[in-house]
Structures are given as C-alpha cells and as structure tokens.
Write a protein that binds this ligand. Structure first.
Ligand code: GLU
Length: 449
C-alpha cells in the first residue's frame, strides 16, 4: 500500500489477510497506520513489542443470535455483536448500533476508532463497540422492547461496570437504553447503574450526555476557529443528518451565533435560509419519528426540501457531517471547497472518505476527525460513570463546563502532537498519534497480554 512505512505495511497486509471482506475496518486501520510512520521511527519499541499488530486484533469478539417475536406473533431473528477491542486504559467502552447495514466489518471499524477516541479523552476507558442488523424503523415500542430484552439476555454475560460499558449509537437512544438497562437489572438483580451510559436523568443518567456529541463537535470546531482568529458568529453552517448528533450540533451552533441552513436524512435534505428551527425539527424527529421533508411542509417560508440530493451542495463556511460513515466523498469535498468551506468537523464516525480527506488537505481546509471532534459523547459517558460510581449527580452547567474543558484539551493535544511530528495544522495526524501513544504506552506497561 503506497504511503505506508515498511513495517506498518506489513501490519496492514496481515490485517487484510485476517479480516477478509471487512472494508470499513480496513479503511479505519489504514487511516491510523498512515499517520504512524514518524512514530515508529522515533519509538521502535512499539514495533518490537508488536503493539501495533496487537492493537489491530480485538481482545474478544462476541457474535450471537437475537430471536424475538413481532406484533403479528411472527418469530424474527437478528444477529448481535459486541467487539471488545482494547482494555489497556479501562473497561471496554463504546456504543451499540442498531441498523440494517450492521455486520462485523462495521462494528470492528467503530470499535477500532473508539480505542483512539477514548484514549484522546484522557479518561480511563478502553475501546469497544456492538450492535445488531435490527432495523428499529417502523417498529412499535413493544417490538423494540422485546428485541432489546432478547439482545440483553445474551449480552448481559459479557458486560459490567468493570468489564464493558455499552451506550447508544445510530438507532440506539434513550428508549433502547431504558429497555436494555431494565432487562440487565432484572436478570442480575443489581441496580448496577455503571453498566450502561446514556441513561435517563431519573435512573442514573447524566446531564449533558444527550447533547454531548453534538455540543462537543461544535466546541472542537470553535477551538479551530479561535486558533484562526475567528468564531462561529455569523458563519453559515451545514449539518448532515438529523439524529441526536446533528440536533445538538445545530443547537450549539445557534447558541454561538452561527446559522445552520441545512440538515438531512436518508430521504434528502432541507434548506432553511432563516436557520433550522430546532423545536420543529425535534418535534418531527424525536416525537413523531418522522422525516425531514415534513419540516419543509410545516415551515413553508424560505424553506425547501430536496429529494435525494447531496446536502453538501448547499454553500457554507463550516460543514459538520453528522450522519454516518463515508457520507462525504471526493466530489462533495470538491464542491464544498469551491463554495468556500473553511472547516469540516466530523460529528459522525469516519464520515469523510479517504478521497474527501485528501481534497480537504490539498485545499488547506481544516478537518477535525471524528475520533477527536465527536469524542464529547463518550467523554460525557465517562462522566456519567464517575457520577454512578460516587452515587452523585451533577448540574447541567457544571457538566457542560467539564465537557468544554475536555474538548479544549483534546484540540490542544491534537494540534501540539501534529506540530511535534512535523504536520502542523493536520488534526487527522495529531489525533491518530496522540490517541495511539497513550494506549500504546499502557500496552507496553501491561506486558504481552
Ligand atoms: N457511540 C458514541 C461514539 O461513537 C458514544 C459511545 C459511548 O458513549 O460509549 O463515541
């Protein structure tokens, strides 16, 4: 593979051989290895102790059958996953994704990214990820509950506050975490709050966890803008997606004086020149579980819906891809550059393709990679774990201040590391190296395990 140091090339070839057909996982590994050339030159011990090779192999992978009965009385069957990737820094930590596209390659890419993301937070959490090919879309609350109960019946053997702490991701929000936690509590006869994060505020959850991924992404981009002597004030912003990450990214951009003029879902995108009305969007997406075209219908004035188009055609100065992996490719990146986009902050995991990353790099657009920019979600999960461990519960402002401080630290660490390793301004390289070094040093200290 061009561009990889010889020893890293070797590791990558081995990853391809051992994990056939897992394209997203290959992409995530390649992206990290691509940044590590200068690190292995400076620290040959990471290669000698096979740290990088071991990092690419999950500590444990669990795949299980999830049978459940739908409202019509028919037996349905899905596949469940939990990939416990690396626990050098703390218990495995990472979300669960329920989406029909889920297969082992997606869970492994997410779990791999999670190791470095969690490391970057500076908190004591290892990396893992799980999920299922279950599609919650169009399912009743009762069906979702039965699915979650079946899923947790198996998963409960493998999780625990000191072992592995799942949370939400695409398709898993407060409703699903509630059903999962209820089943775990019933099965174990323990009110073990620290086994899951993203819980409701009356049953062990943390303030700001719901908002944290979107808010954190905007805090991170705000730091980039500040480093350029700018701010969100008056900036035109486009956000893709309209789920949890997108919703709270929009909220924070508006609080900081920017205007989010477009957001999207898999049906298309909506443009509102007056700025997306968040109350209306929340009502449609969270309450009605509807689609963004309903937003345009309800709002009317200076608003339109584009069926199936690319939201990246909408001119903006800041782009926040917050939908899913590989949603922003080379052509969309060229369009954004042409329209004068200056900063891209990944609210989703790996939303920009390698071609897109290259286009932004060549054009001097600052790109905040997901493993740094969207780390606020998991960081606030770690704050939730802290509160659960001390049976405490903190106020909103106190928790939000902590989140803002964590995002500032991650930004600074990425910027300083990029500089130290000869790529000033390259947040992708900075995030990969800084995330890697913390976990690699822990692995060296713990011996060959
Ligand atoms: N799924 C989120 C992520 O991609 C959050 C994980 C967590 O809170 O454990 O980081």
């Amino acid at each position: 593979m061009p561009g990889l140091d010889e020893q890293l090339h070797h590791v990558y070839e081995e990853v391809l051989r051992r994990n056939p057909g897992e394209q997203e996982f290959h992409q995530a590994v390649h992206e990290v290895l691509h940044s590590l050339g200068p690190v292995v030159k400076k620290h040959p011990e990471y290669v000698d102790a096979a740290v990088i090779k071991r990092l690419c192999e999950p500590e444990r992978q669990i795949i299980f059958r999830v049978p459940w009965v739908d409202d019509a009385g028919q037996v349905q069957m899905n596949r469940g996953f939990r990939v416990q990737f690396n626990s050098a820094l703390g218990p495995f930590k990472g979300g669960l994704r329920f989406h029909p596209s889920v297969y082992l390659g997606i869970i492994k890419f997410l779990g791999f990214e999670q190791i470095f993301k969690n490391s970057l937070t500076g908190m004591p959490i290892g990396g893992g990820k799980g999920g299922s090919d279950f599609d919650p879309k169009g399912r009743s609350d009762a069906e979702v509950m039965r699915f979650c109960q079946s899923f947790m019946t198996e998963l409960s053997r493998h999780v625990g506050e000191y072992t592995d702490v799942p949370a939400g991701d695409i398709g898993v929000g407060g409703r699903e975490i509630g059903f999962l936690f209820g089943q775990y509590k019933r099965m174990t006869n323990r009110y073990e709050s620290g086994v899951l994060t993203g819980k409701g505020l009356t049953w062990g959850g943390s303030q700001v966890r719901r908002e944290a991924t979107g808010y954190g992404t905007v805090f991170f981009v705000d730091e980039i803008l500040k480093a350029k002597g700018e701010s969100f004030e008056g900036k035109r912003v486009v956000v893709s997606g309209s789920g949890n990450v997108a919703t709270y990214a929009i909220e924070k951009v508006h609080q900081l004086g920017g205007v989010v003029v477009a957001c999207s879902d898999s049906s298309g995108y909506v443009v509102d020149e007056d700025g997306i009305d968040l109350e209306l969007l929340k009502e449609i997406k969270e309450v009605r579980r509807g689609r963004v075209n309903e937003y345009a219908e309800a709002k009317g004035n200076r608003t339109h819906f584009v069926d199936g188009g690319s939201v990246w055609d909408v001119p903006c100065q800041v782009a926040l891809p917050s939908a899913t992996q590989n949603e922003l490719g080379g052509a969309a990146a060229i369009q954004l550059v042409k329209n004068g986009c200056q900063v891209v902050g990944e609210g989703a995991n790996m939303p920009v393709t390698p071609e897109g990353v290259k286009v932004f790099g060549d054009a001097g657009v600052r790109l905040a990679p997901g493993k740094a920019a969207n780390a606020g979600g998991v960081a606030t999960s770690a704050l939730e774990m802290q509160q659960n461990a001390s049976r405490d519960s903190w106020g909103f402002e106190f928790t939000e201040d902590k989140l803002a401080g964590i995002m500032r630290n991650i930004h600074d660490r990425c910027a300083e590391t990029a500089e130290e390793y000869g790529s000033p301004g390259n947040y992708v390289v900075g995030a990969n190296i800084a995330g890697f070094i913390r976990v690699a040093d822990a692995m060296l200290a713990l011996g060959v395990i």
